[in-house]
Write a protein that binds this ligand. Sequence first.
Ligand code: NI
Length: 226
Amino acid sequence: MLLHIPGLFSREEVVRIRVALEQAEWADGKITAGFQSAKAKHNLQLSEGHPLAVEVGTALVERLWANPLFMSAALPRKIFPPLLNCYTTGSSFDFHIDNAVRQARGNPERVRTDLSSTVFFSDPDEYDGGELEIQDTFGTRSIKLPAGDMLLYPSTSLHKVNAVTRGARYASFFWTQSLVREDSQRALLFEMDSALQQLTQDVPNHPSLIQLTGTYHNLLRRWVEV
Ligand code: NI
């Protein structure tokens, strides 16, 4: 399941973050790539623990834990500290699947990568190329979102970032370990939760809501890993 989560950062916040990103010192993106994906990865990245990455990442993670759409779709258990990258003209990241397990520098805790996320900090009209292409069960999707918005997708999917041919594409990326490992199970729970929330608004006193909500939790209980 691919999900667009809008408005994690306001226009004003995006402008302020962009000024800081444009002045930052960037390193080769291969620093966090695995052996295989290093061959495909040609972009720039802020080093782990860079003050700007920590500041933006901390704000982002705080918002995610309070975002009903993310909570319902990702059912997060752990979120890897977000990283920041930049694709300038000529940069790209060819098809790959993200490493299964991630460990942030200086942190013994490991994160199984069930879900991948990209938060855009450049608007689509600021660069050409640079689409995030994801192969899923419905074929290949090509995605560019407004600055401040996020795309959530299963880490099991093959994906790439097309070469940027004009301008620069700034983004944050990170991984989430979910309470529910399987994408198909998370998708089913998300659909059920969305329908329940709609029914709660439309027919708040319907007695079946109690039973359906219970069924949601009983399904979650079957699949949850804590
Ligand atoms: Ni990737």
